[in-house]
Design a protein around this ligand. Structure first.
Ligand code: XUL
Ligand code: CO
Length: 438
């Protein structure tokens, strides 16, 4: 088969001193970190949509990048060329997984039966490539936000016919995900939200979303899907208000509708920051609720108010992310680069350099986070900070035996409590710096 990324070799690890743009400086797949190779800590995935489909089109201008891969766009030949390009790309980078939306794989036809036939055909071809290379599917999903029929949402639409169409897309996307052995299935509710309460029955819309998710779970389980379903929270964009605002909101929704046994969360860095949180905040909230499933690895721009989907470069963020992941005992999903090169980065080399940046930034994050844990000063500080709950009245509170009356009497019998002790944030940030720049 013809090589698509000619002149680009398999990307080697060359170390921090390398000046070779097409080499890893920090991602060394086999290097052991806390007893486990980097590649097992960091199961990276390629996002089909950004990497193989997006060509730099934005609201103000046409595409800048040629993603035809030698075939005419909008044809099944092009769909196959994208498969060839994707597998060559992943193999050259040593990426072991991919994620997809149904319509990333094939051009959507007028008739859903024809779209589904195309999906059958392309997934046969993808399966062949997977068997030949050992590359796996991290998760699949249905795009229920691009087609105009979804202008008012999919599960949250006001049209029962559109709702059925969404159900049909989910069914097929689940079929393909199972066929490809996908570990997870994602619901990102891009248009599951509203523009104005003046035309919206919020309660009804949320109930309908939950009904659709329940049907998806029951169908998925019936065809042998044993993986996790994921909600990917995002507060806004494209809708003004989206129901899966952030991790805490999505967890509340899943619990309220009894979906929490089948669902976990897929946390995307740029979505968390759009919700006014840090990336690590949403990771922590998911983890302490037992719902940290997978990660969409990207970064936003704090000067811009939208989802810029940049490749991760901010090592403080990847460090604090990996700290959460290691503390949570790892994730069952993976690290999907839901990221795109900037519009002026339009060459094939840029595609590789972007992934090298992302993988190196996460490798650095992993090394730093492991060093923070091994160093122990942060853990020790937190333990000491809550020590008053380990014995005496504090222990009684934690055991659940204490009553409000008893605590009141305890308070009446003491002088004013001493100040609770310095939070020492600046000291702790200094610890992080001293570890990161050691
Ligand atoms: C959009 C986004 C999606 C989901 C999958 O912001 O993140 O690409 O990851 O639908
Ligand atoms: Co995403």
């Amino acid at each position: 088969m013809k090589e698509i990324f000619e002149n680009i070799p398999k990307i080697p690890y060359e170390g921090a001193d390398s000046k070779n743009p097409l080499a890893f400086k920090f991602y060394d797949a086999k290097r052991l970190v806390m007893g486990k190779p980097m590649e097992e800590h960091l199961p990276f995935a390629m996002a089909w949509w950004h990497n193989l489909c997006a060509n730099g089109t934005d609201m103000f201008g046409r595409g800048t990048t040629d993603k035809s891969f030698g075939a005419e766009e909008g044809t099944m030949e092009h769909a196959r060329a994208k498969v060839d390009a994707g597998f060559e790309f992943m193999q050259k980078l040593g990426i072991t997984c991919f994620c997809f939306h149904d319509v990333d794989l094939v051009p959507e036809a007028q008739d859903i039966k024809e779209t589904n036939r195309r999906l059958d055909e392309i997934s046969d071809y993808i399966k062949e490539k997977m068997d030949a290379t050992g590359i796996k599917c991290l998760w699949g999903t249905a795009n229920m936000f691009s087609n105009p029929r979804y202008m008012n949402g999919a599960g949250s639409t006001n049209s029962a016919d559109v709702y059925c169409f969404a159900a049909a897309q989910i069914k097929k996307a689940l079929d393909i995900t199972v066929k490809l052995g996908g570990k997870g299935y994602v619901f990102w509710g891009g248009r599951e939200g509203y523009e104005t309460l003046l035309n919206t029955d919020v309660k009804f819309e949320q109930e309908n979303i939950a009904r659709l998710m329940k049907m998806a779970v029951s169908y998925g389980r019936s065809i042998g899907f044993t993986g996790d379903f994921y909600i990917e929270p995002k507060p806004k964009e494209p809708m003004k208000h989206q129901y899966d605002f952030d991790a805490a909101t999505a967890i509340g929704f899943l619990r309220y509708y009894g979906l929490d046994q089948d669902f976990k969360l897929n946390i995307e860095a740029n979505h968390a920051t759009l919700a006014g949180h840090s990336f690590q905040h949403d990771l922590r909230i998911s983890a302490i609720n037992g719902m940290l499933g997978s990660i969409d690895a990207n970064q936003g721009d704090y000067l811009l108010g939208w989802d810029t989907d940049e490749f991760p470069f901010n090592v403080y963020e990847t460090t604090l992310c990996m700290y959460e992941v290691l503390k949570a005992g790892g994730i069952t999903g993976g690290f999907n680069f839901d990221a795109k090169t900037r519009r002026p980065s339009y060459t094939k080399e840029d595609m590789f350099e972007a992934y090298i940046l992302g993988m190196d930034s996460f490798a650095l994050g992993l090394l730093n986070a492991a060093a923070m844990i091994e160093d122990g000063r942060i853990d020790a500080f937190i333990k000491e900070r809550y020590a008053s709950f380990e014995s005496g009245i504090g222990a009684k509170i934690v055991s659940g035996e204490a009553t409000l009356k008893e605590l009141s009497e305890y308070a009446e019998n003491m002088e004013n409590p001493a100040l609770p002790g310095s939070g020492r944030q600046e000291y702790l940030e200094g610890v992080v710096n001293s570890i990161m720049f050691r």
